[in-house]
Design a protein around this ligand. Sequence first.
Ligand SMILES: NC(=O)CC[C@H](N)C(=O)O
Length: 380
Amino acid sequence: MTTSTRGTAKVPAVLVLEDGRIFRGRAYGAVGETFGEAVFSTGMTGYQETLTDPSYDRQIVVATAPQIGNTGWNDEDDESRRIWVSGYVVRDPARVPSNWRATRSLDEELVDQGVVGISGIDTRALTRHLRERGSMRAGIFSGEAIAAEAELIERVQAQPHMKGASLYEEVATQEAYVVPAIGEKKFTVAAVDLGIKGMTPHRMAERGIEVHVLPATATVDDVYAVDPDGVFFSNGPGDPATADGPVALMRAVLERKTPLFGICFGNQILGRALGFGTYKLKYGHRGINQPVQDRTTGKVEITAHNHGFAVDAPLDKVSETPFGRAEVSHVCLNDNVVEGLQLLDQPAFSVQYHPEAAAGPHDAAYLFDRFVSLMEGQRA
Ligand SMILES: NC(=O)CC[C@H](N)C(=O)O
């Protein structure tokens, strides 16, 4: 095929990394310039969910899957109200998207939302570079934004680091809202929104939970005003070391021994609430094929991940914490990173990965059932 339906395909673009490495390609999506932390995701499908996951705020996502956009863009799979990635890097964009649910192309959606991307990049070489050197700051410049290399590198180096970035308040809802239970209502959960993905309250609603999604700035009184059977802390962008407010709120919930569940950022907050540290991984885990072992059952599950930070907790011993004994319940089999925490003396647990699996395999859906069991146990 020699022609393209993509309006920006002939506009030159460059991806500039903070260490001076430069990749040349063509504009994809909006033309202009953008900055963020360059990270790679190994998901073969699910780009719509990835791009609209608020945890990707201020990140330039590199898709390792070589063909992106094949199924276009639909009206159903968004995980939040908009695209959050600050830039998108692909090898070979679909020339003709095809799917019965698609209402437009990915390229059109990127243009509509003003998201600057780049195509025609050797994403294998780029991923190997990021794997060797680590995730780093980057910029995409297309059309008239392209300037002398030294100047572009300098501008990238002037950007803020992801380490130390506090981003959850800017992505979270400003107003509380309710996701009703599907079918008979059995439980009420207060969900603290730090960048929540839409599928998460949906997975709870499917289990008879009425979910009150609260702003990131919610107080203890706001949480208990909904008379919750359980409290949930969501995923979210940025460095968990900055999330002092949510850590204090979680400690107040733990003091009351209310059943508690956290996902991703929520797992890091539980780690901090228990007194563990967090640290930045060299290049993180992003994709939908990561092997995790549930050490409480020995079972291995294939799971969806998106995290650049992790909890620093001992793998092989039970830890004494201000809230009783705690242990690492889940571990990533690729690199032994902590993937879950569980308290042994009260009903609280969390995972670093994504049991809501949007997109991804449903192996970890049992974790929502575990949350339900904790709430049932508290009532009995
Ligand atoms: N998906 C998430 O909640 C990510 C948590 C945190 N921002 C990290 O990168 O590790």
